[in-house]
Ligand binder design. Structure first.
Ligand code: PAF
Length: 300
């Protein structure tokens, strides 16, 4: 396995593979790798001859007062995990390799402007975040030129935006979604879970349980029904989360791919139930994807 820090070295290596007609998959990460990342790597392996993992804590996607400085960094053990997973190449650039100077990273001359896909969910709570994500992912696509790239379902708004980025910027890359990996009690795996105190860690799985309960409310015989989204039930669930110490930012049902609030569930469409809440200083996000395959088939 190669550990490279320079864009040109990565381009060179990928070119060698391309000359042999080999397929390349990219798994972009900010490091502090856990099981969730490794499952993305494994998924990537099914689609390519070589997996490239990028490790870069991207400053442009953190807002003022967010956890850029505290974000866990563990390059040594991340690289070792990638080696064990038979990753072909780890790309770990520093800031100036990615952006020139720090100043340029924060105030780029060119930046992405995103329209309504960031009007809801995390968008209003993290101004500038998705612009930063698209800025760095666009660069990574240009540097690695992968055939496929895998991103986790946990960051589902990011996933839909990146898929749109690939279409609009003509990146010939297939964007795959890796299912959310969970702890045995249901908490979504995240590099930020290390911030949780002992008590918060015990309470944290309530977020997932609440998403599941709201989903069950939209079902009949374990299958989704075409029904209105009952805001009263959602408000009651949010109230219960607040009573248990969650500072809920949003709890919403949105349609895909436009990520707009849905007032009714309809057959044949895919929806997301998504939530974000702060528990102490930790921001937790989670979601359930309600796909048309999950619908009750009235003709059966
Ligand atoms: O999901 C993440 O870890 C980051 O947002 C990503 C896609 C690696 C971009 O920095």
């Amino acid at each position: 396995m190669k550990l490279l820090h320079k864009k040109n070295e990565v381009r060179q290596k990928v070119l060698e593979w391309r000359r042999k007609d080999q397929r390349v998959a990219l798994v972009p990460t900010m490091g502090a790798l856990h099981d969730g990342h490794l499952s993305l790597v494994n998924q990537a392996k099914q689609h390519a001859d070589h997996v490239v993992v990028s490790i870069f804590v991207n400053p442009t996607q953190f807002g003022p007062g967010e956890d850029f400085e505290q974000y866990p960094r563990s390059l040594g053990s991340d690289v070792e995990m990638c080696r064990q997973e038979m990753v072909s190449l780890v790309f770990a650039p520093d800031y100036s390799e990615m952006y020139g100077t720090d100043e340029q990273a924060r105030h780029p001359y060119l930046s992405f402007r995103i329209t309504k896909m960031t009007d809801h969910l995390c968008g209003p709570f993290r101004p500038g975040h998705f612009e930063g994500v698209l800025q760095v992912v666009n660069k990574l696509f240009n540097i690695v030129q992968p055939d496929v790239a895998v991103f986790g379902q946990k960051d589902i708004q990011q996933w839909y935006l990146i898929r749109q980025l690939a279409v609009e910027q003509d990146h010939p890359v297939e964007i795959l979604m890796g299912p959310t990996r969970r702890e045995p009690d249901g908490l979504a795996r995240s590099s930020r879970n290390v911030y949780l105190s002992g008590h918060e860690r015990k309470v944290a799985p309530m977020l997932f349980q609440t998403l599941q309960r709201v989903r069950t409310g939209l079902e009949k015989n374990g299958k989704l029904e075409a029904v209105p989204v009952d805001e009263t039930i959602i408000s009651q669930e949010v109230k219960r989360l607040r009573e248990n110490g969650f500072n809920v930012e949003y709890f919403s049902v949105v349609s895909t791919p436009d990520l707009q609030p849905a007032d009714a569930i309809e057959h044949g469409q895919t929806y997301i139930i998504a939530a974000a809440a702060r528990l102490g200083k930790t921001r937790l996000i989670d979601n359930l994807l309600l796909s048309h395959k999950d619908f009750l088939n009235h003709d059966a």
